[in-house]
Design a protein around this ligand. Structure first.
Ligand SMILES: Nc1nc2c(ncn2[C@@H]2O[C@H](COP(=O)(O)OP(=O)(O)O)[C@@H](O)[C@H]2O)c(=O)[nH]1
Ligand SMILES: [Mg+2]
Length: 456
């Protein structure tokens, strides 16, 4: 799969960012320098990279990020969003006319880019959607090309219109339209000839077809393995012939893949699909957001960041952090933490979403949801005074609480002991960390990351 090396490099940059409690402007700048290098090495167009880095930096050195509790995460979120922007934000479908009206698609591109294969792939997708496609063989310069389309059409169960290699592409296309009308077919896909390089004759042929037939969508097919050339080819075709969408093929290879990232930014035309293999089923809809997650290797992490952002109140987290530093927290704060975690899902789900942590935290290290509920019921059985002043808890109070919560007194004892221990530990840690302590994810994850409050 393309992007492996890019993905690896970006993830390294992010690992460093995440490890920092606070970010300075210099931290952001040096991280972005590495991101820039990684994108250039992945063959992303340099102008696109330049703008990307500028946009990310402008957002990332803002007050909001540098003062955020989770600055590393916030920078990653910005990189993700700008990456999606770069690829065009939205998924674009091939626009089809409603009902039985005929939609005409013109496939264009250099020789070997994958036009014939992709035409058949699209035909199969449209057929599966209930459309009635017709493939049209307009590459008359190589008899093998007609045969190739026929073979692929047959595999897809889609009719192929050909008039051999003795007619002009424009005349074949006109006749194919009539054929489609007569036979109730409603998507006409015109496969054309390519050259090894962009040349006038190829452009003229396409222009003449466009001038004489009502083409609904001109779709350019480019080969990802040609790197920046793919972007240049797209620019020329767009300037001379006019494009509606682009399909990038051969992303399954070990190509650096940068063209698929920059082609939209350079041409302004959306990527519709990506080719992921030689088989006729290997065509994937292009989702900028999924592509970004794939490159950042962190689909799950991003949804986790969103969860944390939507469920924690920063102000509250700050207050908690203060309490933590002074070891002033009480059982009410415990309850707050539990309810925040509950809003995010179960604890094991959350752990599972953190790469690197998933396999490492043993189940026995974590209280399960049932245990958390028991701890909560013990705390709920305390009076408000007891919750805010745990030192009040003597034996008779503990006995009353145990009875109220329906647990054995030993469980209450254990909780109080754990609570005292965490308070002690936090006092020590906060002394060790000094004023610029490391911050956990909004303070939610206890222990070493710099969180607080949970007895584990
Ligand atoms: N691995 C891979 N090969 C592809 C893909 N798309 C096309 N090909 C291959 O690329 C070669 C050229 O494709 P073809 O459709 O004949 O290109 P055309 O000259 O533009 O019509 C063929 O061997 C295809 O099987 C793809 O997405 N992945
Ligand atoms: Mg072909």
């Amino acid at each position: 799969m393309a992007f492996e090396s890019l993905s690896e490099k970006l993830q390294n940059v992010f690992k460093n960012l995440r490890g920092k409690g606070r970010l300075s402007e210099a931290d952001v700048k040096s991280a972005m320098k590495e991101v820039k290098m990684a994108l250039l090495q992945a063959d992303v167009n340099f102008k696109v990279v330049k703008k990307f880095v500028k946009d990310v930096e402008a957002r990332a050195v803002g007050e909001e990020v540098l003062n955020s509790l989770t600055p590393g995460q916030t920078v990653i979120k910005i990189v993700n969003e700008e990456l999606i922007n770069m690829m065009g934000s939205e998924t674009t479908e091939i626009a089809l006319k409603p009902g039985n009206q005929i939609t005409v698609l013109l496939m264009a591109g250099l020789q070997g880019a994958g036009k014939t294969t992709t035409a058949a792939k699209i035909a199969g997708k449209l057929k599966a959607k209930g459309r009635k496609p017709l493939l049209v063989a307009c590459d008359v310069y190589r008899p093998a090309a007609i045969k190739q389309l026929q073979v692929n059409g047959e595999k897809q169960g889609v009719p192929v219109f050909t008039m051999g290699d003795q007619n002009k592409p424009l005349d074949i296309a006109k006749a194919a339209l009539e054929h489609a009308e007569k036979n109730g077919l409603n998507v006409v896909i015109i496969d054309t000839a390519g050259r090894l390089h962009i040349d006038e004759a190829m452009m003229e042929e396409l222009i003449s077809i466009k001038e004489n037939i009502e083409i609904d969508q001109t779709i350019l097919v480019v080969d990802a393995m040609t790197g920046q050339d793919a972007v240049n080819v797209a620019s020329s075709f767009n300037d001379k012939v006019g494009l509606d969408g682009i399909i990038v093929t051969k992303l399954d290879g070990d190509t650096r893949g940068g063209s698929v990232l920059s082609i939209r930014a350079v041409t302004g035309k959306p990527v519709l699909y990506v080719g992921m293999g030689e088989k006729l089923s290997d065509l994937e809809q292009f989702y900028p957001d999924r592509m970004a997650s794939r490159i950042l290797g962190m689909g799950d992490v991003l949804s986790l960041i969103e969860k944390v952002q939507s469920t924690t109140d920063e102000q509250k987290a700050r207050e908690m952090e203060q309490k933590f530093r002074k070891a002033e927290f009480d059982f009410n704060d415990f309850l707050d933490q539990f309810s925040q975690i509950r809003q995010m899902g179960s604890l094991s789900d959350i752990i599972g979403m953190i790469p690197g942590l998933a396999g490492k935290v043993k189940d026995t290290d974590m209280p399960d949801d049932k245990q958390i509920r028991r701890i909560e019921s013990i705390i709920y059985s305390m009076t408000p005074q007891e919750r805010s002043n745990p030192d009040l808890l003597n034996v008779s109070r503990k006995r009353r609480i145990a009875a109220g919560a329906g647990v054995d007194i030993s469980e209450v004892n254990r909780l109080v002991k754990q609570f005292d221990q965490s308070r002690k530990m936090m006092k020590q840690m906060s002394g060790m960390m000094g004023k610029k302590g490391r911050r956990g994810m909004g303070g939610l994850f206890g222990g070493k990351g710099g969180g607080f409050g949970l007895p584990f």
